[in-house]
Every structure is written in C-alpha cells, then in structure tokens.
Design a protein around this ligand. Structure first.
Ligand code: ATP
Length: 436
C-alpha cells in the first residue's frame, strides 16, 4: 500500500505558521528562493547538525573537525576545476521566457507552455565577489560552492597538528552558495544553503571498501534518527553521470512529495583534489605510509550531505495527521534528538496555586532538556500545539501536584499515554523516555 504523503504546501505553511522557516526578505516580497529559519527552525537545524557531528566526529576516533573560511584564495577554485567546470547549461523558452537547467528537462520544449527553447548558454554557478576596495579582475573571489575544498586546502595542517595516520577523516559544516538557475521546492534547492561534509582519507586500494562502509553508515544515520526506511533508497551513479573527479558515487535519495531526489552523495574522489592542489600550490601533500614505507597521496571518500535537505526530510517524514475528537490531530513524529523542543511544561491552568510549582519544575528541567513553558488556553489545545511542532513529552502540573503528592503527569506525543511521576524522579524519567 502506498502511504499517503503530505504535500509541500502543507509543510511550507506549517513551517511559517509555527516559526520553523520564513520566506527570506518577506516584507519586501521575498527574494530569489532564500529562506530564514525561525525560532523553532533554528533549534531543529542545530539538532540536525549536532546529531551529524556526534555521529561522525564525537563517536568516532578517526575523524576530526574543521571550520574553514567561506572565501578562499581564487586559485583553490581554479585547481579544483570549479572555475572551468562548475557550469550548467541554461535554456530559455522563446514564448514565455522562463529559464531552465537543460539537464533537468525531460523533453526538448518548455515544460510550462511547450514553446521552443533557445540554444543552451553555459553559466558558471559560483557567486563572484571582490575582496578589497578595488573591484577589478585581480580582486575577484568566489563564495564557496562546496565546503570540501576548505578541507583539502587544510589537509596538511590538520594532519601535522593531529599526527593522524591513514585512514582518517576531516568533517566540516558550513554555508555553501550556488547561483542555481532554477531554485525551488522550498529548502530543497536554494542559492544559499548549508553542507555537512566529510573527507575521509584512505590508502589507495582500500577505497572501494571504505566507500561501501560510508554508504552504509550514512544511510543508517537517517534511519536511526527516525526517517522511515521505505522512504529512503540508494542510487548508484551511472558512469556517464559521474562528476569529473569521481571514480564512483552513490546518492541517498528520499521520496519527497515531488518525487525521489538526492539528500546526500557519497563519492570516491580518488586522489584528484590532493593531486591538483599539490601541483597548483607547489606544496607536497603526500603522507608517509608506514605500511609501504613510501610517500603516498591518499584517496578520499566524501559523504556530502545538505543540512537543509536533511531538515526538510525530517520534517516531511515526521508529518502525520490522525482523526480525533476535534477533527484532526496534526503531529510531527520527530526523533527526540531532532525535535526543536524536548519537553513542554504545562500547568493545568493559570490558577495562582499552580503557576509557582509549574515554573519551579520548568526551571529544574531547563538545566537538562530544551524545555518550553505554555499556560495559554485549554490544556487540550496546548497538547495539540506541542504535537504540531513535534515535542515528544509534555509535563503537566495539576492541583493534585500542589495539594497532595508533588507528582506530575508525563504525556507521550505518539501514544498520548499519561503516567504520573514524582517531581523528585522527573529528570531521569524524562531522560529514559527521550534517549533510551
Ligand atoms: P543536485 O544534482 O540536486 O544539484 P548536486 O549533486 O549538485 O545536487 P552535490 O554537489 O553532491 O549536489 O552537493 C552535496 C549535497 O549538498 C547534496 O546532496 C544536497 O544535500 C546539498 N545541496 C546541493 N545543492 C543544494 C542546493 N542548491 N540547495 C540545498 N542543498 C543543496
């Protein structure tokens, strides 16, 4: 049975209404598919990045982190092949004048009006800027179109500073910019976005095995953070679609409302980048390999993911609607490590007897969890509001709490089950439900 999937408009409007994502520069009518993350979105985006960092840096002993500058020496982009090769073919409809990326069209005519298309024009999608006060050809620089090159340019620094031996990896999260011809589908294709990339350096000859291991690890990362397995698939690249630097590549794809599309690519980049930078910079980027007793240029496996695409996948995959007494309950079944708020503290009402205890509980929980406090409107409405933003657990303070037992109710988002727990045991009880 094909599961009912949510449409993009529902996700976009929930995102705006509840403060996950706003259209960029909206008071000026929006601007070029740029998006801003709101109060809940910024929490959730940080959680996506933290979950990734935890999995690929903190929980491993063979990967270290880096945070390189967005603007690098223009020679980097010459050596990497981007100045000459990071180009897209743009075609324009002769009738309605819409523009398209030629490789994204299925037929030879305009997908909107079937008009004839112009001959393709080649267009470099790197953003150009100038460094320093004089704006001439000598001061041209680029906003990085991928974070990877910051890692290659620092390969030797990191290796010497950390005395790493092969295999080892360098991970980085940061903004990347591409002047996409046709941005769209909400966060999926933007001109400013964020990447989470690892360059994992290995001994040549072990690269195929490491490639397979990273493909498996990265696929399971999405599943272990709550994405349904049946909505994910692996798609190995055909040899004619491989990037100029790659020996092999597999995409992790997600079943979006608009079809299957890439969320992460895992490529075997061989020694292409280190070799090119070595030649262009004149620096020796080889490493002494104790096993062979020779200096070698490592091969590299690159798992490259988009933060915004992962964010969108978590949001879409978690979205659920179910009938209830008041019509429909909208619930985001987000993983507790991804949900923007982990616990909401709700006094049964604004009654002056309840509020001090509820605020005391809130103060206690804030030290351990991302916690919010809400006392506006009926308790039922407040549960619904928390369900809609994916808060896994609510803690309710009622009259019994203050008059009798110093215990509170924990209410579960998914099952709606309620259990009573003494305030003194609340922190471990919540931790167990969230993270065990
Ligand atoms: P596409 O074919 O969709 O343009 P790509 O193959 O060029 O993507 P890569 O260069 O492999 O993408 O980039 C690695 C990751 O960065 C992608 O898997 C995606 O998650 C993210 N990414 C790339 N371009 C964008 C974009 N314009 N907006 C948001 N995320 C992006």
């Amino acid at each position: 049975m094909q599961e009912k999937t949510v449409d993009m408009d529902t996700i976009v409007s929930l995102s705006k209404r509840r403060g996950f994502v706003f259209p960029g520069s909206e008071i000026y009518g929006g601007f070029g598919s740029f998006w801003d993350y709101g109060p809940l979105g910024v929490e959730m985006k940080r959680n996506v990045k933290d979950a990734w960092w935890r999995a690929v840096v903190h929980r491993r002993d063979d990967v270290v982190g880096l945070d390189a500058a967005i603007i690098m020496h223009p020679a980097v982009w010459k050596a990497s092949g981007h100045v000459d090769g990071f180009i897209e073919a743009l075609v324009e409809c002769k009738v309605c004048h819409q523009r398209f990326r030629q490789d994204q069209l299925e037929g030879g005519t305009c997908p909107s009006c079937q008009g004839l298309l112009t001959e393709p024009r080649w267009f470099n999608t790197m953003f150009r800027t100038f460094v320093g006060p004089i704006q001439d050809d000598a001061s041209v620089a680029y906003l990085r179109p991928e974070t990877a090159q910051g890692i290659f340019a620092n390969f030797r620094n990191v290796q010497i500073a950390t005395r790493r031996k092969l295999p080892f990896g360098i991970a980085q999260i940061g903004k990347a910019f591409r002047n996409e011809i046709t941005p769209g589908n909400f966060l999926f294709r933007q001109r400013e976005f964020e990447q989470m990339e690892i360059e994992y350096f290995v001994r040549p000859g072990t690269d195929d095995e490491w490639h397979q291991r990273w493909i498996r690890d990265r696929f399971e990362w999405y599943v272990s953070h709550g994405v349904k397995r049946e909505n994910l698939r692996l798609r190995p690249h055909e040899s004619d679609e491989l990037a100029h630097y790659a020996k092999g590549c597999a995409d992790i794809e997600y079943r979006f409302p608009f079809g299957w599309a890439e969320i992460e690519g895992i490529a075997n980049r061989t020694d292409f980048d280190l070799r090119r930078h070595s030649t262009a910079s004149g620096q020796d980027l080889t490493m002494f390999d104790e096993q062979s007793g020779e200096h070698i240029l490592p091969y590299v496996i690159e798992p490259s993911a988009g933060v915004d695409r992962a964010f969108l996948v978590f949001l879409i995959d978690a979205y659920d609607e179910e009938p209830d007494k008041e019509g429909t309950r909208v619930v985001l079944r987000l993983h507790p490590r991804i949900a923007p708020i982990q616990v909401a503290v709700l006094p049964l009402s604004r009654n002056a007897k309840l509020v001090p205890t509820a605020r005391e509980v809130w103060g206690q929980l804030r030290e351990h969890f991302v916690t919010s406090y809400d006392d506006a409107q009926s308790i039922g409405r407040r549960y619904r509001r928390q369900d809609e933003v994916g808060t896994p657990l609510c803690v309710t303070v009622d009259f019994q709490t203050v008059e009798e037992d110093r215990a509170v109710t924990i209410r579960d988002r998914d099952t709606m089950d309620q259990v009573r727990v003494p305030i003194a045991e609340l922190v471990p009880a919540l931790r167990e439900r969230l993270f065990d």
